[in-house]
Design a protein around this ligand. Structure first.
Ligand code: MTE
Ligand code: MO
Length: 240
């Protein structure tokens, strides 16, 4: 049985927000504050004090990535039960299985990954289906101007404008670092938005919905910018 995510007094999942509270920081303090990484380790102490409530996302690991989840437990999905629903303002809503996604043309994008907390992993390969291809297949209606992404963790969400979503460096990713994306990294399928901070790359992707306007995602409702552009990205280029 899936474990209920731990909640704080307001009913919000315990995680980064609780840490911010402990540190007396607002969400604004998160953005471009590399020192926080060390600060949190100092406050939390050893790994054994951490539990599966999202705090484990703050553990360093040899690959350079940190695992983030805003909920304590996420169901595991694989080829037997994974589904990606594409709907909203489209002519042909449809549901993709993992096999369906694997059968589509795959694109490889190699880019530096940066989290707003200050860590980065340079030149990380991701591979998957271009979101633009899925949107073309679905036929975006004229009133559609944005995309809302939802996740089978039941809590996280993200957004892009349609123009951003159509870039060739935005993937519905199946592979990361040349291997199938692990559960911890949001597998079997996560979004990868190469030109933006990693919070835009929703893990455990289960829904892509075309909307009439941008609906702010989980962190965006909590103060993160809608546009998570990395420094130096060409915001209007389609180049991967
Ligand atoms: N579903 C979900 N997606 C998510 C997050 C999350 O907590 N839940 N965290 C985001 C943030 S802030 C970052 S930095 C990356 C972390 O990805 P990783 O855990 O594979 O390192 O995932 C992003 N996507
Ligand atoms: Mo992040």
């Amino acid at each position: 049985m899936a474990q209920e995510p731990k909640r704080d007094a307001d009913g919000a999942p315990v995680g980064r927000r609780a840490l911010l509270g402990m540190l007396g920081l607002g969400a604004a303090g998160l953005v471009a504050a590399p020192y926080l990484q060390r600060g949190w380790e100092g406050v939390l102490g050893s790994a054994s004090q951490l539990d599966p409530t999202g705090l484990s996302g703050l553990l360093p690991n040899p690959g350079g990535f940190r695992y983030y989840s805003i909920v304590g437990s996420v169901p595991r999905k694989d080829e037997t039960n994974y589904e990606l629903r594409l709907d909203g303002l489209v002519d042909h809503p449809r549901t993709y299985t993992l096999a369906d996604l694997r059968a589509l043309p795959q694109t490889r994008v190699v880019h530096d990954v940066l989290c707003t907390d200050g860590w980065r992993v340079d030149k990380t390969p991701f591979e998957g289906v271009r979101l633009a291809d899925l949107l073309d297949d679905a036929g975006v209606r004229s009133r559609g101007t944005a995309i809302r992404f939802t996740c089978f963790d039941g809590a996280y969400s993200e957004s892009l404008t349609l123009e951003q979503a159509r870039r060739s460096d935005v993937l519905v990713a199946l592979n990361m670092q040349d291997k199938p994306i692990t559960h911890e990294h949001g597998g079997p399928v996560r979004l990868y938005v190469a030109p933006m901070y990693f919070y835009k790359s929703a893990k455990w992707l289960s829904g892509i919905s075309v909307t009439p306007k941008v609906v702010p995602g989980y962190w965006e409702e909590r103060g993160y910018p809608l546009d998570g552009w990395l420094d130096g990205e060409d915001r209007h280029s389609d180049a991967a």
